[in-house]
Each structure stands twice: as structure tokens, then as C-alpha cells.
Design a protein around this ligand. Sequence first.
Ligand SMILES: NC(=O)c1ccc[n+]([C@@H]2O[C@H](COP(=O)([O-])OP(=O)(O)OC[C@H]3O[C@@H](n4cnc5c(N)ncnc54)[C@H](OP(=O)(O)O)[C@@H]3O)[C@@H](O)[C@H]2O)c1
Length: 249
Amino acid sequence: MGAYIDFSGRNVLVTGASRGIGRDVAKELLGMGANVIAHSRSGPGALRDATGKVGGSLKYVAADLSTREGVERVASFVEGCCTELHGLVNNAGIYSGLALGEETFDNWDLTVNTNLRAPFFLARLLRERLRAGKGSVVNISSIMGLSASAGAYPYQASKSALIHITRALSLELAPDVRVNCVAPGFIMTDMNKEGWNDASFRKEVEERTPLGRWGRPEDISSAVSFLLSERASFITGETILVDGGKSLF
Ligand SMILES: NC(=O)c1ccc[n+]([C@@H]2O[C@H](COP(=O)([O-])OP(=O)(O)OC[C@H]3O[C@@H](n4cnc5c(N)ncnc54)[C@H](OP(=O)(O)O)[C@@H]3O)[C@@H](O)[C@H]2O)c1
């Protein structure tokens, strides 16, 4: 936790904050004094244990971001909470690793709507609140949005497009709002617990990662907090890889 950043009085929406990376981002921001609006599909989940140990305030909103109604509900909730939004962390996402022959229209829509359409429309719907707060948007992409592999087509497409949309939105919303991206490598969360529970795959990732280990949620939170903060006030349209060097070769 970096006490060097003070988010006191800053309003930040974090999507997918019930577990994994989003939960850690929300907890770090709370510790730095932010007023966090924590979203997830089903409820606060493991973020509930943050209550009472925080510097800032915490509100929850539940909504399915694969649907238009869910995106609109989150935006309306935020509008009801604050007139200025200082941060939007578009973190909620799903992974789908289907092979080409297994892919379906429904799975494509579910994955792309959750990982790409929702972040775009939250930024679109909340743009005036973000402008009022001179805010910062951080989209959570993936190294799979930068390097190609066979399979997981809607996941790769959504994460790649999110990087490009970040650049386009950074132009649209400048100079009031900065828009950046974080692209994690292999992080130990529910999303890939099958991978890190498999001893040989776990070792393979470690061996192929120059820094020699899997990432932890706090590795991502640090980058997110930095991009949200004034310390990144001259950075926009950028994507920061947080992958222990895995994408270098
Ligand atoms: N873990 C990795 O190795 C890794 C690597 C690269 C990128 N990422 C990206 O990092 C982000 C967070 O991943 P994670 O590993 O922390 O995942 P996770 O542990 O599986 O958590 C996913 C979060 O997203 C929410 N969510 C999923 N589908 C949703 C929907 N339809 N509507 C609303 N909320 C939904 C979940 O809410 P519920 O709890 O209510 O289901 C949960 O809060 C994702 O965008 C992911 O693609 C992760």
C-alpha cells in the first residue's frame, strides 16, 4: 500500500470489485482515502471485509455489465452519488478460452459486451461527471490483447479493442480527462485458478516470466492507483504492461 498517494475526497467507481484484482484496487483506494463506489455482478462478496478498516467511504452497486440495463444502472447509481467523478476503473471482465470450433455467437456477445461494450459505455455515460472531476479512467486489458494465440477469440478481441478504445477516448476526453490502460500478465485470481492450481502450468509460467513469479492483485493495484493519481498527470492514451516481463520475448 502506498500512503504516498492521497485520494481523500476523490470519488472512484471500480467495477468487478467483489474479488480478485478489482477487490484489491478498491481496498487500496479506500486505504488512500477515496470514496469508492464498488460494483460487481452479484454483490460486495469478499470486499465486505474492507468495511470498517478504510480511510474513505464505500458504497456498493450490483449489476450485470453484459447487459445494457446493467451498464445504465451503474451509471445512474454513480450519478446519484456524486456530481464529480475523479476515477473510473473498468476492471470487471470474464475469460473464455474456447477453441475456434467451439465458439458460439452467445459466448462472443457475452464476452465482448462485458469486457468491451461496458467499459466504453460507462465512460460515455459518465463523461460529464468525469469532466467535472478532471477525472482519470483506467481500463483493465490483458497481455492477451497485445500478443496473439490460438483460442479465446472474443477475449483476445475485446482486450485488444479495449487498448485501442483507450487511445481513441483519450483524444476525445482530453484535456479534462485522462484515459489509460493496464495490461496484466498472469495474476493469481479466480479467473485463472485452474492454471495456478496446476503445478506444471504454474511452473511453466514462472519459468517464462523474467521476474520468475505469477503476479498478485496488488501488482495491478499499484499501477492503477498511479494512473488515477496526479503523479500520472501527463500520461494519457497509454497502456502499461504489468506482467513481470513476460511479453518481452
Ligand atoms: N487474472 C489474470 O491473470 C488477468 C490477466 C489479464 C487481465 N485480467 C483482467 O483483469 C480483470 C479482473 O480479473 P480478475 O482476475 O480479478 O477476475 P475475477 O477474480 O474472476 O473477478 C471478476 C470480477 O468481474 C465481475 N464480473 C464478471 N462478469 C461480470 C458481469 N457480467 N457483470 C458484472 N460484473 C462482472 C465479477 O463479479 P462477481 O463476483 O459478482 O461475479 C468479479 O468482481 C478482468 O478484466 C480480466 O480480464 C486478469
